[in-house]
Design a binder for this molecule. Structure first.
Ligand code: NDP
Ligand code: GO6
Length: 312
């Protein structure tokens, strides 16, 4: 069996560009949607041309032209859609409902990976407003996929290292604090953090794997399942200095949502579920899922002690 052909919708995005590169690196004929809506965004142009240089095919298409998407989808076997999440109010996740109709109409797709890549929305029915919109919308897309009987894999479970590791999980910054670090509660809830290139590598590994057909692939490699305390300790060992730890209670942290803009409120909710509830790790993977590092031990994922060296 040859390597399946892949279309990436959202290929110039933060995760999307890594998915394109991983697809090429793992030898898949790779197609990237080229949207006229990017206008004069030269950063996106540069990325698209870079993909082309590396052997990807650019396919013109627009969400406002149904047939253009059907034609694009008909070129491939697998569609991956790392479309942006709902950290603004633009509801991009629900745009995938159109893509679901397109894939149904095209009728040739062997696997669809919608935009997931974080909390498992099926376990977030209790999530706080307004952050829950992300999960609610991802569940609406899941239902449409399953109603249309489209073969799928949902890739879930890990937090992106850039948002959660380099900053020692501090909100509002991407760099490590110098003197004081805010610790969420006792700092013992376990959080799975992965470098984004590793998330992309696992994502591509799974597209031709019958073991993850119509299942959730959980990205939970055991060595990257760390508490915030362990993450901070790893950093302190690297720099040879201890930071001042300041614990913030659940109540005070949630109260900090007041007065924040929409993205900030979404963020506080998500941090709360991760660091007080342990929502990424507080369950066993059942029949509905598989764990990525078990299925693909050949992926040499980056450990956080190694990752954090970049920030010293
Ligand atoms: P980005 O914000 O980088 O956006 C990805 C792509 O979405 C864009 O490049 C663009 O595609 C496409 N897009 C945005 N708006 C539109 C539109 N109106 N019409 C068509 N396409 C549009 O996404 P991320 O990489 O940050 O997020 C991808 C997924 O990962 C989301 O589901 C998000 O929730 C999740 N996530 C998880 C995190 C974690 O810690 N686990 C952290 C951050 C995100 P194009 O390339 O065609 O321009
Ligand atoms: C990451 C963030 C970081 C918000 C997920 C505010 C979806 C997920 C772990 O966009 O809101 O500072 O799973 O000040 O399923 C944002 C979101 C994190 C980044 C969460 C996310 C994680 C989205 C901030 C901040 C570093």
């Amino acid at each position: 069996m040859g390597k399946s052909k892949v279309l990436v919708v959202g290929g110039t995005g933060y995760l999307g560009r890594r998915i394109v590169r991983a697809s090429l690196a793992q030898g898949h004929p790779t197609y990237v949607l080229q949207r006229p809506e990017i206008g004069l965004d030269v950063d996106k142009l540069e990325m698209l041309l870079g993909f082309k240089k590396q052997g990807a095919h650019l396919v013109e298409g627009s969400f406002s032209d149904f047939q253009s998407l059907v034609d694009a989808v008909k070129l491939v076997d697998v569609v991956i859609c790392p479309m942006s999440g709902a950290h603004n109010r633009s509801h991009n996740i629900l745009m995938q409902l159109k893509l679901v109709q397109v894939i149904k109409e095209a009728g040739n797709i062997k696997r669809f990976l919608p935009s997931e890549f974080g909390f498992d929305p099926a376990r977030m029915g209790h999530a706080l407003e307004p952050g829950r919109v992300t999960f609610d919308e991802k569940m609406i897309v899941r239902k449409a996929i399953q109603d249309a009987k489209i073969p799928f894999t949902y890739v879930c479970g890990a937090a992106f290292a850039s948002y959660f590791a380099g900053n020692l999980s501090q909100m509002g910054t991407l760099f490590p604090p110098k003197e004081k670090v805010l610790i969420y509660g006792d700092g013992n809830a376990k959080v799975t953090i992965l470098e984004e290139d590793d998330i992309a590598a696992y994502t591509i590994k799974t597209i031709d794997d019958p073991r993850t057909l119509n299942k959730t692939l959980y990205l939970r490699p055991p060595e990257n399942e760390l508490s915030q305390k362990q993450l901070v300790e790893t950093w302190e060992n690297l720099i040879g200095k201890n930071l001042e730890h300041i614990s913030i209670s659940e109540q005070d942290f949630l109260a900090s949502m007041k007065g924040m803009d929409f993205a900030g409120q979404v963020g506080v909710g998500h941090f709360y579920h991760m660091f007080y509830e342990g929502a990424l790790t507080n369950f066993e993977i059942g029949e509905e899922g598989e764990e990525a590092s078990k299925l693909y031990p050949e992926v040499k994922y980056t450990r956080m002690d190694e990752y954090l060296k970049l920030y010293t």
